[in-house]
Design a protein around this ligand. Structure first.
Ligand SMILES: *[C@@H]1O[C@H](CO)[C@@H](O)[C@H](O)[C@H]1NC(C)=O
Ligand SMILES: *[C@@H]1O[C@H](CO)[C@@H](O)[C@H](O)[C@H]1NC(C)=O
Ligand SMILES: *[C@@H]1O[C@H](CO)[C@@H](O)[C@H](O)[C@H]1NC(C)=O
Ligand SMILES: *[C@@H]1O[C@H](CO)[C@@H](O)[C@H](O)[C@H]1NC(C)=O
Ligand SMILES: *[C@@H]1O[C@H](CO)[C@@H](O)[C@H](O)[C@H]1NC(C)=O
Ligand SMILES: *[C@@H]1O[C@H](CO)[C@@H](O)[C@H](O)[C@H]1NC(C)=O
Ligand SMILES: *[C@@H]1O[C@H](CO)[C@@H](O)[C@H](O)[C@H]1NC(C)=O
Ligand SMILES: *[C@@H]1O[C@H](CO)[C@@H](O)[C@H](O)[C@H]1NC(C)=O
Ligand SMILES: *[C@@H]1O[C@H](CO)[C@@H](O)[C@H](O)[C@H]1NC(C)=O
Ligand SMILES: *[C@@H]1O[C@H](CO)[C@@H](O)[C@H](O)[C@H]1NC(C)=O
Ligand SMILES: *[C@@H]1O[C@H](CO)[C@@H](O)[C@H](O)[C@H]1NC(C)=O
Ligand SMILES: *[C@@H]1O[C@H](CO)[C@@H](O)[C@H](O)[C@H]1NC(C)=O
Length: 826
């Protein structure tokens, strides 16, 4: 009896406890407590207009509150799903969520949580689905207690700020199907226990700092369908073993890591594979031909690895009929592009750039009717540029040896092609740096959506067709530099309001400038250098508010340059080697705002590997180039940095004094007034151009002393005062002492040159080789670049730039400035 009553009481007691715990009131109160853990401050200007969780009040049953789901019978809360709820606080270790012991589903997505994930969350032992993603303020480590959630099948902690390693206790979650830890700051290796999770279908850990090797236990994931590890630092792992065993894989992205491995020799067992993206690693070996037996395959991205050998598509009958993307750029593949590339009729994107492919473009290629993007640049291809290419969207064939355009297109004798709308999608054409001969092809005039045209560095002759007027409304870039084009620049710019860069330099164009250029209101870059233009100074272009770089050098321009200047954005002007004459008024440089102050867009962003890849996919990563005398050397700049500001008036017939107002152009890096007939003294205001790197006043009739203040120009590395009528002492400063003796020669009476000219002046003089080596120019440009990237201010730029330069030179330079950045031409 006693025993029975005891057990009765015990059972009674248990049932009371049970009832209390399950009691709807307690569940409701726990939710209200949870709400109170996140006080809302309506006076905060960033506060949302409505307080979060306002439906959570006692006027209704808690099971009907937003985000709350109860068990139909017991009214226990089994699911709490909050999305875009402005909680603006942290989950406390004692959070009342822990009282909702029957929770199976907890989702706090984009709820502005801060602080850490409490260890106690591991007590919600019924959880199957846990999603605490997209809370930027959520930091700290992943609590190892998550390994206690043995029912968990879905874990998403992505897009937070989590740090530390992946806890090996995750290996206990044997029911896990989805693991998403992407976009955090996790470090270290995958724990090998992860191999226990053989139910996994999705692993997404992209954009972290994970490293080391992939554990071989990855090969257990025979249900894995998505593997996304892009943007980490993984370096090793037995990829041949792992990949060939992931037979359910449909999406593989391990790009932008440091994998140094071979690929499996046979991947034909990956029956469901659609995306194979392994670009930007250090993979070795040959082209993985076995992939092409997988019928579902849509994308092969192998770019930026060290793969090599000829490209072979194999001779299997089954083939990847769905293949849309073939990206093999920047490897060491060689040999011809196989004719049977046409076996993949859905190809839209082909990038074979930066390899060593030879021979012509395959004749079968027109069968690729879906092709939109083709990049074959930086190879050794030759032969004709076939006509079918004009139906693409983006065409890049630069840096090859193509010799001509296919006849059909040049003569317009392919009626089908010429009458159709097939040109109307073409938006970018880059066939620069080939050996193209003959005249500009007539098809250009059909390309009414063309925005980028680069045929620079070829052997094209004849005139620029005036029918180009049909395309100028869309053209942003017309780059015809360094050909043999002749005749006038046609008057085709009336509607060219998008035109940003016009480069026809190094041709044989003649006559006057077309007046319609005045309508190019977006023009930033105009390069007419080294032609035969014969016109007066185009001061009427001074109203182009964006024009920042103008080259008129080495033409036959003549007459005075007008006293009203305009050109509000100009920062580089080169009018050298023309027949300009007359005097410059003393106040000539008074209103040149861009060169006198640091204004405008100083914002440059460094791109990481992913962005670079994306911009390559987008197809346009163009930089204006230029060549000009830089520190006495004709130099080709592949990119013009924003801080580079220069004037070059050399080689004209200017007379009178150099205007004092030159000192107002404080941002100039380079001033060249050489080879004119300037008289009078050197304006001491030059000393106010504190950033000056190069000053050339040689071959004039300047008299008097060299102003002593010029000794204060601490960045000058190139000075030339030779062939004038100067006299008096040469200023003493490190910069002056470092000059070559010839910089002062042929003057009336300069003295104090003993140190400068007393040194041995052998031809191989170290001073000279130091001064003129391309490395030096590169170095200077590097710190200039770092200056813009990290904020203006010369001193700041110099210091940061120096540190940056010494530690990261190569990587920085290739990332930001492409292959060369700057190279010395002559
Ligand atoms: C969000 O939290 C911050 C810091 O605790 C606080 O200053 C701010 O008032 C809060 N905003 C709202 C709307 O609750
Ligand atoms: C209480 O919640 C209901 C919806 O459930 C809402 O209509 C009402 O405005 C809320 N009351 C308060 C005081 O927030
Ligand atoms: C609710 O109870 C009924 C009868 O007891 C049962 O048939 C049903 O399956 C239960 N529903 C849930 C969701 O547990
Ligand atoms: C929860 O812990 C905090 C300190 O982290 C404390 O201030 C608060 O009173 C505790 N709440 C409860 C209900 O115990
Ligand atoms: C949990 O909630 C999410 C988001 O509403 C939902 O997609 C998922 O199906 C739910 N899972 C379970 C097990 O209730
Ligand atoms: C991985 O990163 C951690 C921490 O950043 C470092 O200590 C470890 O040496 C790295 N391991 C490898 C193999 O690079
Ligand atoms: C590959 O997967 C199979 C099962 O799908 C498994 O039996 C085998 O052990 C795995 N191989 C390796 C090397 O892990
Ligand atoms: C230019 O366009 C006009 C009308 O849009 C058309 O008649 C002419 O044929 C086009 N010129 C060329 C060369 O395509
Ligand atoms: C310029 O554009 C206008 C309006 O779109 C059009 O009417 C005119 O014909 C175009 N002019 C030239 C020269 O193409
Ligand atoms: C500039 O464009 C306007 C229309 O936008 C046109 O009327 C004018 O003639 C054009 N000017 C020149 C010089 O082509
Ligand atoms: C400038 O040159 C032109 C010929 O190009 C000449 O007619 C004119 O007289 C010269 N002016 C001056 C001031 O030398
Ligand atoms: C240099 O600039 C300062 C102030 O900007 C000015 O006072 C001074 O006159 C200038 N010097 C010369 C030589 O123009």
């Amino acid at each position: 009896m006693k025993i029975r009553s005891q057990s009765f009481f015990f059972i009674f007691f248990i049932s009371i406890i049970f009832n209390i715990l399950a009691s709807p009131t307690l569940q409701r109160d726990a939710l209200l407590e949870f709400k109170n853990e996140f006080p809302f401050d309506a006076s905060d200007p960033y506060a949302p207009s409505e307080p979060p969780l306002s439906s959570w009040n006692t006027s209704s049953d808690h099971c009907s509150w937003n985000g709350v789901t109860c068990d139909a019978n017991s009214s226990e809360v089994i699911s709490l799903v909050l999305e875009y709820t402005y909680l603006n606080g942290s989950l406390k270790a004692n959070t009342s969520l822990l009282k909702l012991q029957h929770l199976q589903n907890l989702t706090l997505y984009s709820c502005d949580l801060i602080g850490e994930i409490p260890f106690s969350l591991g007590n919600l032992s019924h959880l199957k689905h846990l999603n605490i993603s997209d809370n930027n303020g959520l930091t700290g480590e992943i609590p190892s207690s998550i390994g206690n959630l043995s029912y968990l099948s879905f874990l998403d902690l992505s897009h937070n700020d989590l740090v530390g390693k992946i806890p090996s206790s995750l290996g206990n979650l044997s029911r896990l199907t989805v693991l998403d830890l992407s976009d955090n700051r996790l470090i270290g290796e995958f724990p090998s226990s992860i191999g226990n999770l053989n139910q996994l279908t999705i692993i997404s850990c992209y954009s972290n700092k994970l490293n080391g090797t992939l554990p071989s236990s990855f090969s257990n994931f025979n249900k894995l369908s998505y593997l996304l590890l892009t943007g980490n630092k993984f370096s090793g792992g037995d990829l041949p073993l792992i990949l060939s065993n992931l037979t359910s894989l449909s999406y593989l992205d391990i790009s932008v890591n440091h994998f140094k491995s071979k690929l499996p020799s046979n991947m034909s067992g990956l029956h469901n594979l659609e995306v194979f993206r392994v670009n930007t690693n250090s993979l070795i070996g040959t082209f993985p031909t076995s992939l092409l037996t997988i019928p579902s395959l849509r994308e092969i991205s192998l770019s930026e690895n060290q793969l090599e050998g000829p490209l072979e598509f194999g001779n299997t009958s089954s083939s990847s009929s769905e293949l849309e993307v073939l990206d093999l750029a920047s490897n060491n593949f060689y040999g011809p592009i196989p004719e049977d590339i046409s076996r993949f009729p859905k190809l839209e994107f082909i990038d074979l750039s930066n390899n060593s492919f030879i021979g012509p473009i395959p004749r079968s290629m027109p069968q690729l009717v879906s092709l939109k993007y083709l990049d074959l640049s930086y190879n050794k291809l030759d032969g004709q540029v076939p006509s079918f290419l004009w139906r693409l969207h983006t065409l890049t064939l630069s840096h090859n040896s193509f010799s001509s355009f296919e006849e059909d297109v040049v003569n317009g004798s392919d009626p089908d092609l010429m009458s159709s709308n097939s040109f109307q999608g073409l938006s970018k054409v880059d066939i620069s740096s080939n050996s193209l001969q003959g005249s500009l092809p007539g098809w250009i005039c059909k390309c009414t959506s063309l925005s980028f045209l680069d045929l620079s560095n070829n052997l094209l002759s004849g005139s620029i067709p005036s029918c180009l007027v049909n395309c100028t409304a869309s053209l942003g870039y017309i780059l015809l530099r360094n050909n043999s084009l002749s005749g006038f620049l046609p008057d085709i710019f009336t509607n060219a309001t998008e035109l940003r860069s016009l480069d026809v330099s190094r041709n044989q164009l003649s006559g006057k400038l077309p007046k319609s250029l005045i309508n190019c209101t977006s023009m930033e870059y105009l390069n007419l250098k080294v032609n035969k233009f014969k016109d007066t100074f185009p001061s009427w272009l001074g109203s182009l508010g964006s024009l920042s770089v103008m080259f008129l050098g080495s033409n036959a321009f003549y007459g005075p340059i007008s006293s009203h200047f305009g050109f509000p954005s100009l920062r580089i002007i080169d009018i050298s080697h023309n027949n300009f004459n007359g005097t410059l008024p003393q106040d000539y440089f008074v209103n040149w705002p861009e060169m006198s102050s640091m204004v405008g867009n100083e914002y440059y962003e460094l791109s990481d590997g992913i962005d670079t890849f994306m911009s390559r996919m987008g197809g346009l990563s163009y930089e204006d180039s230029m060549d000009m005398m830089y520190k006495g050397v004709d130099t080709e700049f592949q990119q013009i940095l924003y801080v580079f500001k220069a004037i070059d008036f050399s080689g004209n017939k200017f007379t009178g004094r150099i205007p004092k107002s030159i000192g107002l152009l404080k941002e100039l890096r380079q001033v060249n007034f050489s080879r004119n007939e300037f008289t009078g003294s050197i304006p001491s205001s030059l000393a106010n151009i504190t950033n000056l790197e190069a000053l050339d006043l040689s071959h004039n009739k300047l008299s008097g002393n060299i102003p002593r203040d010029l000794a204060n120009l601490s960045f000058v590395s190139y000075l030339d005062f030779s062939h004038n009528l100067l006299q008096g002492p040469v200023p003493r400063s490190t910069q002056f002492q470092r000059q070559h003796c010839s910089s002062f020669e042929d003057n009336l009476g300069l003295y104090g040159l003993e140190d400068i000219c007393g040194r041995s002046q052998t031809p191989g003089d170290t001073q000279e080789s130091e001064e003129f080596s391309p490395e030096e120019s590169e170095e200077v440009l590097n710190w200039i670049a770092a200056g813009i990237a990290f904020g203006p201010g010369v001193f700041c730029g110099l210091v940061i730039g120096y540190i940056f330069f010494t530690s990261h030179k190569h990587q920085f330079f290739t990332e930001k400035f492409g292959r060369n950045g700057i190279k010395t031409v002559r």
